[in-house]
Ligand binder design. Structure first.
Ligand code: GLP
Length: 254
């Protein structure tokens, strides 16, 4: 199902697999139409299926990343790239090592930078120099995008974040103990994200249903960082039925 609402395109897919395939198809289309596309990439459990689908497409010669460039949204801090919990490791294992990006074309915030402020500035400059064509986003249960946590204002550029207790709890499932979850992260800011020409947001599962409703129908507020997407002029949301559970009736009635 495809619905247009408030300038956004919303696809509601039957399940996680079809959501993932739709997202992969849009990423592949972007890179096919513009070989040197700059992709903004996300981590978390939601995009895993999308990366798997893209790897399959690559193996079947349906997509080529040889000219593409990527910038990831975020990385824990401090963390070593070789740590299996790092987003460097995640991207390498789940995507980069299986496809054909050129060496040096994949960028992530440095989780080990000695001068974080300087590293954030350099990351911003690199992003603005290239310009992101397509930004892929997941969404946290509290409405965070990247690691832009609910706040009293929108943080614009790449910055060091203190993670919310809820985010640490949600991400503890990837670690042995909750004490191992880093309490800080480096994240692109809202302006970096909003600067992307196109944005795709994917969400799956009932646990995301309330925040999806708040993002689409609620006030635009830094308390729900993803609500700012209402102001972007090229957003596509790809949800599964469960994540769309609270909005379907409203969208039909709209
Ligand atoms: C993580 C990431 C986000 C991600 C979100 C949701 O902490 N920093 O980029 O979108 O939380 O994660 P998941 O897809 O596992 O629900």
């Amino acid at each position: 199902m495809r619905i247009n609402y408030n300038g956004m395109t919303i696809f509601v897919k039957d399940n996680y697999e079809s959501m993932s395939k739709k997202a992969a198809a849009l990423v592949a289309a972007q890179v096919t139409l513009k070989a040197d596309s700059v992709l903004g990439l996300a981590t978390g459990s939601t995009p895993e299926g999308m990366y798997q689908a893209l790897v399959q497409m690559y193996l079947q010669d349906e997509v080529d990343f040889s000219e593409a460039i990527s910038f990831n949204l975020d990385e824990y801090y401090p963390i070593d790239a070789s740590n299996p919990q790092s987003y460097h490791y995640y991207m390498e294992e789940k995507f980069f090592k299986h496809v054909n990006f050129k060496e040096g074309n994949n960028h992530l915030p440095d989780g080990k930078a000695l001068d974080v402020e300087e590293a954030c500035k350099a990351y911003d400059e690199a992003i603005y120099e290239h310009g992101i064509d397509l930004q892929v986003l997941g969404i946290g249960n509290n409405g965070h995008i990247g690691f832009n946590e609910p706040d009293v204002h929108f943080e614009s550029s790449t910055h060091l974040v203190k993670l919310d207790v809820g985010t640490i709890e949600a991400n503890a499932r990837f670690f042995e103990t909750i004490e191992e979850v880093p309490t800080r992260a480096v994240s692109m800011g809202i302006k970096n994200i909003m600067h992307a020409k196109k944005i795709i947001l994917i969400a799956s599962g009932e646990a995301k249903a309330d925040i999806i409703e708040a993002m689409i129908f609620g006030d635009i507020t830094p308390k729900v960082p993803a609500s700012i997407l209402q102001l972007h002029n090229d957003v596509t949301m790809i949800l599964d039925q469960a994540a769309a559970g609270k909005i379907l009736a409203k969208l039909m009635a709209a």
